[in-house]
Design a protein around this ligand. Structure first.
Ligand code: C2E
Ligand code: CA
Ligand code: CA
Length: 572
């Protein structure tokens, strides 16, 4: 009897333990976001827990119900899903698949696990179903974001590079070319600064919308960054070629682009590189196209350039020169030459223009016409220009003390130098340091300094003049010069460019223009100086039409300080 009691107690305890466990598992399942289907091979019995009802609106009791689940999914998935869900199938271990619901809005994942006894006979099977719609949507969004640029909807840089890699592999197999065009909006920075970043973004989008029109079979368009786009053309020909795209771009450029409240005619600079000539990989191809795009910018924008061997050669030379300029700036490897300026009336010396000279390590003289533009691009012009300003004033102050004879020293100032916040302070500091009269120092600027921020620059020139420093306008007649412009500029001297002097005796139009410039200048109380005067006849003619001063090889070449001292000694 005791034995029986004991066994009964044991059974009750086991049962209680079982039901506690069962309760716990059920609770866990109910709390999870999945639906669970348990199938016992032995009893051919199905139990569903968790979120079945929620996911399928019907319970599952037999294979017929399971088939309903399969029917609810999109046809493409029916076959593989049947394999996963087929209850009596004993596929080893875990198998899983993801399915799209017929309504297209829902996604499910199905995962089955089969359990075996010690002899390898299946005992039971668990199918876990999860609604993965949210996850899927997030993944899709993430992968969309990785593939497309959020601002323009064009391909993103990374995705484009990988697709271009695909083009190149295909082109290699089919032995055809691939063209890559880097397209950069001209003067975008100015537009952006002028009308604000928001409108700038709208322009980027508007231009992207236009370029999107080129995309299609064998043509891809990407937005690389800022105002830079890239078009790749597989096996280009006819309209589907860099020339075709360029022509369409040129045609579109005739009409203004509308962006937000603004509208403007937009031109672009285009660099083209072709596989296999220019490069053999996607990134190299894009870099090569970019190099020629930059060349377009220096050649005056609104144009297309193609990558080829001479371009590569020039580029490498530019890079080499760029490094050399940096090195020379760091080591102050420059000297100054001075070119005298004379009064036309009596040929007496009026002053000296300081002109920079650079002898590189191999002893080659490199012309400022070559390295100044490079220094302007890489920023070296600021330290170089400051060095020139100080060195020319220092040398002048020595001559001034030694020869006790005042004249004017003229210093060329680049627009980037002038746009520095401390430009005025630096100039005043130099004058102070070397105790020279401000009226004996003249800065020479070109109209290009006025393009950036007209009012700010004019303010600086006004301040310098208030301190007595003279301002001369260089290269007049080569830029945006207009006579009415002259009235607004705070200048003391105007330099008539050499190009006028060159043709002044032979070209009637030049004669008329020069004459009217001189009349205008005189009426404004501005002094005039002609540069590049090489012949006596030019001198005589310029003098006869009222040009105040003359500079040029005729009366004196740029020369080192020692030779200038000889002149100063003689003229005393
Ligand atoms: P620029 O300021 O117009 O200087 C006049 C240039 O014409 C000088 O060339 C000078 O040597 C040259 N020249 C003068 N008279 C004659 C002539 O009768 N015939 C001919 N054929 N040429 C003549 P350079 O010294 O090679 O300078 C070229 C340019 O480099 C300068 O043009 C100026 O824009 C720039 N530059 C020179 N030194 C400096 C500097 O210290 N700072 C800055 N920012 N630019 C400089
Ligand atoms: Ca000059
Ligand atoms: Ca000049």
């Amino acid at each position: 009897m005791n034995q029986v009691h004991y066994q009964l107690d044991l059974l009750m305890a086991i049962n209680q333990k079982l039901s506690t466990r069962e309760k716990m598992y059920t609770m866990i399942c109910e709390a999870s976001s999945c639906a669970y289907l348990y199938y016992s091979f032995e009893k051919n019995q199905i139990v569903t827990v968790g979120r079945w009802k929620e996911l399928f609106d019907f319970d599952i009791r037999n294979m017929h119900d399971v088939n309903r689940v399969i029917d609810e999914m999109e046809e493409d998935y029916a076959g593989p899903l049947r394999d996963v869900l087929f209850l009596e199938k004993t596929g080893n271990g875990i198998s899983a698949m993801e399915c799209k619901h017929k309504d297209g809005k829902r996604w499910y994942s199905f995962r089955t696990t089969v359990d075996y006894d010690g002899f390898g006979t299946p005992r039971d099977k668990l199918i876990v179903v999860e609604n993965t719609t949210m996850l899927k949507r997030q993944n899709d969004e993430l992968s969309y974001m990785a593939r497309y640029d959020s601002m323009t909807g064009l391909y993103s840089r990374n995705h484009f590079v990988s697709l271009l890699g695909g083009y190149i592999s295909r082109a290699e197999a089919e032995q055809v070319p691939v063209s890559v065009m880097i397209i950069d909006i001209d003067d975008f920075k100015k537009i952006n600064e002028g009308i604000g970043k928001e409108a700038g973004d709208e322009l980027i989008q508007a231009y992207a919308e236009f370029l999107k029109g080129f995309s299609g079979q064998d043509t891809m368009v990407a937005h690389l960054h800022d105002d830079v786009y890239c078009v790749a053309l597989y096996n280009p020909s006819g309209k589907h070629s860099p020339e075709g795209v360029h022509q369409a771009i040129q045609e579109r450029a005739r009409e203004p682009f509308v962006f937000g409240e603004h509208s403007a005619k937009i031109t672009v600079s285009i660099g083209v590189a072709e596989y296999p000539e220019a490069a053999k990989s996607a990134l190299e191809l894009m870099n090569s196209a970019e190099i020629v795009m930059f060349r377009c910018k220096t050649k005056g924008k609104n144009r297309i350039e193609y990558f080829n061997t001479p371009v590569l050669h020039d580029f490498l030379q530019d890079v080499e020169l760029d490094n050399k300029v940096k090195e020379a700036t760091f080591n102050h490897n420059f000297t100054l030459h001075f070119q005298p300026q004379f009064y036309a009336e009596n040929r007496k010396m009026r002053g000296l223009e300081a002109l920079i000279r650079w002898k590189d390590k191999d002893g080659h003289m490199i012309s400022p016409g070559v390295f100044i533009p490079i220094a302007e691009r890489n920023g070296c012009i600021v330290p170089i220009g400051n060095w020139v300003a100080e060195e020319s004033v220092r040398i002048y102050s020595e001559w001034r003390q030694k020869y006790k004879k005042p004249f004017i020293v003229t210093i060329n100032i680049s627009s980037m130098q002038c746009s520095q916040d401390d430009f005025v302070d630096i100039m005043l500091g130099i004058i102070d340091k070397y105790h020279v009269e401000p009226g004996e120092v003249e800065i020479e600027v070109t109209e290009s300094i006025l393009i950036d921020d007209y009012e700010k620059v004019v303010d600086k020139l006004v301040t310098l003049r208030e301190h007595g420093i003279r301002v001369s306008l260089d290269d007049f007649g080569t830029g945006y010069s207009s006579l009415s412009y002259l009235k607004k500029l705070p200048i003391d001297t105007l330099k008539i460019d050499k190009s006028f002097v060159d043709t002044i005796l032979t070209d009637d139009t030049t004669k008329i223009i020069t004459q009217s410039i001189l009349n205008m200048v005189k009426s404004l109380g501005i002094q005039s100086i002609a540069e590049g005067v090489e012949e006596e006849d030019q001198f005589d003619y310029l003098k006869s039409i009222g040009c105040d001063m003359i500079q040029g090889y005729l009366l004196g070449r740029p020369q080192p300080p020692e030779s200038i001292e000889a002149i100063l000694e003689k003229s005393l």
